[in-house]
Ligand binder design. Structure first.
Ligand code: AGP
Length: 609
């Protein structure tokens, strides 16, 4: 996730306006920033790595001439957060400046093709291919307008993008376009804007035009013209008047960041399916060679590791050891060695306990692999290979979208490893890959159809003193995560454990009306889990189940149930099955009058041991 912005003003300098808008978009990314303006037929650019304020201190971003320009605040996906990779990116001639939010999936092929015909690339980003493709279209046919050259270029792109482009060849225009990344236009009498999100221009205008996927827009002081990318046909759309406060705009109309981030999961999961094959393959190779693999993390990230240990074992026949990072040194500090591999999972990449475990393993010459949401974080710097999970910044303290993205990346790794080791048939492989592709839609369906039901369950159980969260197999990890969400934001003590453990102690807590939440995908554990439900029911527990759609057997045993579309393979089940648990924690927190975005005593990134 990055933020893009562009503006054309009748009077005055664009640069300070761009700077202000980028500050309002900083929640979308903040590892580098850049601006480009046009003045008297020349392109002016300032860009660097660092937060906007840091870059501004060094470069004085407002000091760029011209009434037209574009800007970008970056959340690195391809290429480290360095000045060279900061946007805007230029073509070879330096006449086309592009800012981009999204991921171009076929950028390696396009880059190769462009390099073969003489284009010289400066950055490691996927974005730069767009500038060169436009240049190529213009070279091939110089009579094209900027918009036409851009149309030719973007028809070659696979993946997601929202772009804004300027060029001295058409000095009074900004051309922008979108596919699967957000883009909105703001209009005023004396100015026009494009942005990734409404908060960017909300203090400047309350008239907005939402741009849809597959549309290109040309902005000028005369107004805007929308065209379909597929056939260049014109689209007529009038601006809407917004009555949002800046605070509401930042949360896109949701009351809390946590709820917004829960709802972003279909999009973030689509992003994690666009990871560069190259990094996945590289990490798979390291995992394949490893003698022993530790999956090391804290909190929610640890739950992703726990789920991953089932995925690696079931799919790739690889035994891995999920370890809570703060225990790693005590538990394995003496035995970890040159033959050990540590896959550290940390959305922030800065968690002190995780880094301490990694440092201990590094000193003993172990191989360090990293999975994180923050490229440029400490974890990325000390890992032999790392993968950026591409969830975009998460503002709510409770991890939601970063968890499901971690699960998605880890399951992709497990699948690749299974393929490499010849542990799954081609048919099985195709089946799982197809199911993985469908997960974003499944999550979308759950959000659309089950949220109201979860809200009612939250109302019913809001005063419960404690909960059990139970699952078997891979769902044990889902149960742990559901419990953590409820505890951390609703302050309800809760206990999670593999359902088989009930009769070894915890069942003695159960009395009439004690709420027990069961995670029940229809997998190999289904039958045994029914037995566990029966034993809780016999002691008067209230049974809340997350079941597969149409699972009448469990539905009839349950006091309340939430349904997940059927056909999700067991190893992928934590992704959809955790969604109702995130919503449940959120709505119980609301019912109990707590702010889910700011749970007491907690911080987003825990940088102390
Ligand atoms: C969960 O909602 C918390 N935010 C917390 O458990 C978190 O997952 C943990 O502190 C680890 O953070 P990391 O992924 O940034 O390392």
């Amino acid at each position: 996730m990055c933020g893009i912005f562009g503006c054309i003003l009748k009077d005055g300098n664009a640069a300070p306006i761009i700077h202000g808008a980028l500050k309002r978009l900083e929640y979308r990314g903040y590892d580098s920033v850049g601006e480009a303006t046009l003045y008297e037929g020349k392109l002016y650019i300032k860009k660097d790595q660092g937060k906007i304020d840091e870059v501004n201190k060094i470069h004085n971003l407002d000091d760029l001439p011209g009434n037209i320009g574009i800007g970008h605040t970056r959340w690195a996906t391809h290429g480290a957060p360095l000045q060279i990779n900061a946007h805007p990116h230029l073509d070879c001639s330096g006449q086309i400046a592009v800012v981009h939010n999204g991921i171009i999936e076929n950028f390696s092929e396009l880059k190769q093709e462009l390099e073969n015909i003489g284009h010289v690339f400066r950055s490691k980003t996927d974005t730069e291919v767009i500038a060169h493709l436009i240049e190529h279209a213009w070279k091939t046919n110089p009579s094209l307008s900027l918009a036409e050259a851009i149309l030719e270029a973007i028809r070659r792109l696979e993946g997601s993008y929202a772009i804004a482009v300027i060029s001295p060849k058409e000095p009074n225009k900004i051309v922008c376009a979108r596919n699967e990344s957000p883009l909105v236009i703001g209009v005023n009498e004396n100015s026009i804007y494009c942005a990734s999100d409404i908060p960017a221009f909300l203090p400047l205008t309350n008239k907005a035009v939402i741009i849809n996927d597959g549309e290109l827009v040309t902005l000028s002081l005369e107004g805007y013209e929308i065209k379909k990318i597929s056939d260049s046909s014109l689209v007529m759309r009038k601006p809407k008047i917004l009555d949002w406060t800046p605070e509401m705009a930042l949360k896109q109309g949701y009351p809390h960041f946590m709820l917004k981030e829960i709802h972003e999961q279909p999009a973030t999961l689509r992003n994690t399916l666009r990871l560069q094959e190259h990094y996945l393959d590289l990490m798979t190779t390291f995992l394949d060679r490893a003698h022993e693999v530790f999956l090391v993390a804290c909190g929610t990230s640890y739950h992703a590791c726990l789920a991953a240990s089932y995925m690696f074992s079931k799919l790739a026949f690889l035994a891995t050891y999920p370890v809570i990072a703060s225990e790693f040194v005590e538990q394995h500090g003496k035995s970890v060695n040159i033959d050990s591999t540590i896959l550290a999972v940390s959305q922030s990449g800065e968690t002190a306990d995780t880094l301490a475990a990694v440092n201990c393993a590094r000193q003993r010459a172990a191989t360090i692999l990293g999975l994180t949401n923050v490229i440029g974080s400490t974890l990325t710097r000390i890992s032999r290979v790392y993968i950026g999970q591409q969830s975009g910044p998460e503002i709510g303290v409770a991890a939601t979208k970063t968890f499901t993205s971690q699960l998605s990346v880890l399951s992709q790794l497990a699948l690749r490893l299974a393929k490499k080791r010849g542990k799954v048939s081609q048919d099985e492989m195709d089946f799982l890959a197809e199911k993985m592709e469908k997960l974003p839609d499944i999550v979308e369906t759950i959000l659309q159809t089950q949220e109201e039901k979860v809200k009612q369950i939250a109302k019913k159980y809001k005063d419960a003193k404690t909960f059990f969260f139970l699952g078997r197999g891979t769902s044990t990890a889902t149960a742990y995560e559901g419990r953590l969400k409820l505890m951390e934001i609703a302050y309800v003590p809760a206990i999670a454990f593999p359902a088989g453990e009930s009769k070894h102690g915890p069942i003695s807590l159960v009395e009439q009306g004690f709420p027990v939440i069961f995670i029940c995908p229809k997998d190999g554990t289904h039958k045994t889990l029914i037995g566990n439900i029966m034993e809780m029911k016999a002691r008067g527990a209230s049974i809340i189940t997350i079941i597969e759609e149409g699972d009448s057997e469990i539905r009839e045993l349950a006091d309340d149930y939430v349904e997940i579309p059927n056909g999700v393979p067991e190893v992928l089940s934590p992704i959809p099955y955790v969604i109702p648990l995130q919503l449940l924690a959120y709505y119980i927190a609301i019912e109990r009058g707590h702010n889910p975005d700011r749970p007491r005593n907690l911080a987003k990134s825990v940088t102390v041991k």
